[in-house]
Design a protein around this ligand. Structure first.
Ligand SMILES: C[S@@+](CC[C@H](N)C(=O)[O-])C[C@H]1O[C@@H](n2cnc3c(N)ncnc32)[C@H](O)[C@@H]1O
Length: 207
């Protein structure tokens, strides 16, 4: 994951990185290790975690770090700054696991909260909003995801100007052109993973 994130594009001084749903901070540790191993400058890292106990564990792990901040917050309901890198393992929670109020709130705020949606789709949407125009996003994705990215891409291209118009108020606003570029890149990356998996004999997970 971290290798893919920085492949041919290691972090530069002042780079920023987000891990939404960072859990206990395992990916963040991986990022810091990669930077130390390769002599790269550590990015300014923000981990966002909703679970108080996990957020506290992560905060304890990085108390001595000047580059890592762990925020206990709902990633889907709080505005954030923009990031050069976004890496993570979004939660896979089907709509049936959400309470009705939560479901309705997400439906109003997210273009991808349609049909029998899953929280990971909303994580993708929010993360794409927060990615710098030339930024890079690497998420662990479920098996069905490559097809879903293509669907979202179609949806965004068909109504890009309005798709995010009703989304949560974010500053800065969405850069639609950059969003298209990112969705294209994600699709390509998923196609690549699909081919690699097929070659390897078709495993069931994409880790
Ligand atoms: C699949 S786990 C990944 C944890 C960690 N990144 C890892 O790979 O071990 C998803 C994490 O997202 C957190 N999460 C779920 N919904 C969230 C939300 N709305 N905002 C922030 N974090 C959330 C969960 O508490 C959980 O720690």
């Amino acid at each position: 994951m971290v290798g893919k994130l920085f492949h041919e594009r290691p972090p530069r001084l002042g780079a920023t990185l987000l891990d939404p749903g960072c859990g206990n901070g395992e990916f963040i540790e991986g990022v810091l290790r990669a930077c130390q191993r390769n002599g790269w400058p550590e990015p300014q890292i923000l981990g966002v975690e909703q679970s108080p106990s996990r957020a506290q564990t992560a905060q304890r792990s990085f108390t001595d770090s000047r580059t890592v901040e762990i925020r206990e917050a709902d990633f889907l309901q709080s505005a954030h700054e923009r990031f050069d890198y976004i890496v993570g393992n979004p939660p896979y929670v089907a709509i049936t696991g959400l309470d009705p109020d939560e479901r309705e709130r997400y439906r109003e705020a997210y273009a991808t909260a349609i049909g029998r949606f899953d929280l990971y789709a909303l994580f993708f949407e929010q993360a794409l909003r927060l990615l710098q125009p030339d930024g890079r996003l690497v998420f662990i994705s479920p098996e069905k995801h490559p097809h879903q990215v293509s669907q979202w891409r179609e949806q965004f291209l068909a109504g890009a100007a309005t798709v995010f118009a009703d989304g949560p108020a974010l500053d800065p606003p969405v850069d639609v052109q950059a969003l298209h570029a990112k969705i294209g890149e994600l699709t390509l990356e998923n196609d690549f993973l699909e081919r690699a998996l097929a070659k390897a004999g078709g495993s069931s997970a994409k880790r």
